[in-house]
Design a protein around this ligand. Sequence first.
Ligand code: EPU
Length: 340
Amino acid sequence: MLSITTDASLLNYNTFGIDCRAKTLAVVSSEGDLEELSRSGLLPSGGYVVIGGGSNLVLAERYEGTVVLMANKGIAVVEENDDELIVEAAAGEVWDHFVKGCVAKGWYGIENLVAIPGTVGASAVQNIGAYGVEAKDRIVSVRAYDVCEKAWVDFKTDECGYGYRESRFKHNEGKRYIVTSVRYRMDKTYKPVLTYKALVDELGSAATLDAATVSRTIEEIRWSKLPKPEVKGNAGSFFKNPVVSEAKFEELKKQYPDLAAHKVDGGFKLAAGWLIDRCGWKGRTMGSCGVYEKQALVLVNNGGCSGQEVRELAGRIAEDVKVKFGVTIDCEAEFVGFLN
Ligand code: EPU
């Protein structure tokens, strides 16, 4: 049933642990709830924001609109043959439960994305990625409600505008679509993806690896570098890894032979964590937020920090990276409720 609260605290709905108050909080548990919410007039263009696990957000002190919390549940096999199956998961399912449930059932393809905070809906909006796999590699289609047309739409993968941590649903044009479920293609036979160096270093390239072992190892690597939000508020990787031209890469590499980077389409992707680290930010604090001591890409809440403080810290870091390396780093985390 649709639940609507006014002047609601979002403290428990964002992993950064920021105490934001929303004018309206709507908890959506079904497609019918979303249609009802849309009819109620609480979803004016530009006047709402959708959240799942709230794990990629920096909230202002207040949000003067409607926060739509997707809480619909359900996982079902919708197609199957000898080799593959298509599994549909509701947007409100916890991503990590979904991944672990799939591994346990012998459905393979997303196991490298284990332990990423957030929901299934966010996986498709954000195109989450880790250890050589991105959500888009496995997404078959995304079902969404078009708030403008008050109609349901199914997007095929190539209609979702996917790129590195990128999709059409993240931008103004696409915000009219509220994702309600995602279909993933799973293999019945496990084919390990062992392209990520840190993972190969840990596991070797043994041909006999099983999905449970690989996902357990990934989980261990993740938690050795990233703080658990329940222990220290954070939004995962705060910045995206920037892509620079080959000429810029060569120039930097000459100056910094240990530069962490790898080749991608259109240039070289630099490790933002490395750049921030080399600017001396790792482990530093500013007010009540700071840079995590084990991974410079992660900003943390050291207790009671505000979104504004996080914004200022992120700005200072990006400025230092620009001055030292001549490289622009963009935030991966999304800012909500700030006026400019
Ligand atoms: N590095 C440093 N200092 C640091 C952090 C990193 O020198 O403080 C260096 C590392 O030594 C390594 C390189 O930077 O050579 C890359 O670091 P890492 O392997 O930890 O990966 P990342 O680029 O920092 C990305 C994703 C993560 C994902 C991992 C594993 C982005 C923005 N982040 O991190 O995603 O888990 O790769 O695939 O692409 C997330 O999006 O929230 C997230 C955690």
